[in-house]
Write a protein that binds this ligand. Structure first.
Ligand code: 5RP
Length: 225
């Protein structure tokens, strides 16, 4: 079974939790895409009615509208459920997110969800946060070189995300600094330190937010809580 089929299996398990009338946080990335498509399919088939989406990126907004999900902006009301992928999933459901660049809108949306459900294939499981993935940190463009200096004092191994001649720009007009987390780091303390660093908009650490994760492997889908 290829990874795409596994991602879709995990997504379908999460979408089974969506009820008619729910306001749903729509994640971003190659796994979340399957969840958005499945919600659209269920709406078209009449298996769900009255579902409204809140998109965590411009790309997911476009996809949701394409598959027939009405999309609303985020407002102060709680969301019934949010479904999204992750770059790393620790045993306690702490996450790294943001390799897809949508971490700020994802965190703003998912923190407001009564239920935040993570979907992934088994390659995203880790014992310790930072084991496999860099940590994306969204930073303001203004003065970004100064912010990077401050960040390098905390996380020395890191670099500005720059896929081509120009830095990567998020949907919010910011840059991303991708940093390696040294083994043995106190992750909660790191999050506090990063959030207290001038120029940092937010980080890809999603700590204590997820209610459950559906993780698909060739031998089946595991539900982590
Ligand atoms: C985007 C994200 C994604 O959820 C994360 O990168 C996982 O993506 P994929 O499902 O494509 O592996 O955080 O900002």
């Amino acid at each position: 079974m290829d990874l795409e089929a596994l991602k879709r299996e995990a997504a379908l398990r999460a979408v089974a939790l969506v009820k008619s009338g729910d306001r749903v946080g729509l994640g971003t990335g190659s796994t979340a895409k399957y969840a958005i498509e499945e919600i659209g399919r269920k709406l078209a088939a009449g298996e769900l009615t009255g579902v409204v989406g809140v998109a965590t990126s411009e790309a997911s907004d476009v996809l949701a509208r394409q598959v027939g999900i009405p999309v609303e902006p985020l407002d102060p009301r709680p969301l019934d459920i949010a479904i999204d992928g992750a770059d790393e999933i620790a045993p306690n459901l702490d996450l790294i997110k943001g390799l897809g660049g949508a971490l700020l809108r994802e965190k703003l949306t998912e923190v407001q969800a009564r239920r935040f459900i993570v979907i992934a294939d088994h390659t995203k499981l880790v014992e310790h946060i930072g084991e496999k993935s860099a940590l994306p940190i969204e930073i303001a463009r203004f003065g970004f070189l100064s912010t990077i200096e401050r960040l390098r004092a905390i996380l020395p191994a890191g670099r500005l995300r720059q896929p081509g001649a120009q830095p990567y720009v998020t949907d919010n007009g910011n840059y991303i600094f991708d940093a390696q987390i040294p083994a043995g780091t106190d992750i909660a303390a790191l999050e506090r330190q990063l959030k207290g660093t001038l120029g940092v908009v937010d980080t890809g650490l999603f700590l204590g937010m997820a209610e459950r994760a559906f993780v698909a492997a060739p031998d089946g889908v595991t539900e982590l809580t």
